[in-house]
Design a protein around this ligand. Structure first.
Ligand code: FES
Length: 73
């Protein structure tokens, strides 16, 4: 699927070559704070330019995992 392929290679952190997919994986594996995300991926540990995006991803993914399952109709 074209959209999925493009999505997998979107870089969040250029200093360390960390993709959006890698951050999502770390969040799904249990990173629940920005510090945990930094520790397990290295994101935002050089210039810090990627920090706002990484924090936003953490918030978005964490909220999505807490969302109730859709109701069957
Ligand atoms: S872009 Fe992530 S630390 Fe520089």
């Amino acid at each position: 699927m074209l959209i999925t392929a493009r999505y997998q290679f979107m870089y969040v952190c250029l200093c360390h070559g960390i993709s959006e997919t890698r951050l999502q994986q770390a969040i799904h594996e249990g990173a629940r704070s920005f510090e945990q995300l930094q520790s397990c991926t290295g994101v935002a540990t050089c210039c810090g330019a990627c920090e706002p995006c990484a924090r936003q991803m953490l918030d978005t993914e964490t909220l999505a995992s807490r969302a109730p399952a859709p109701q069957a109709s």
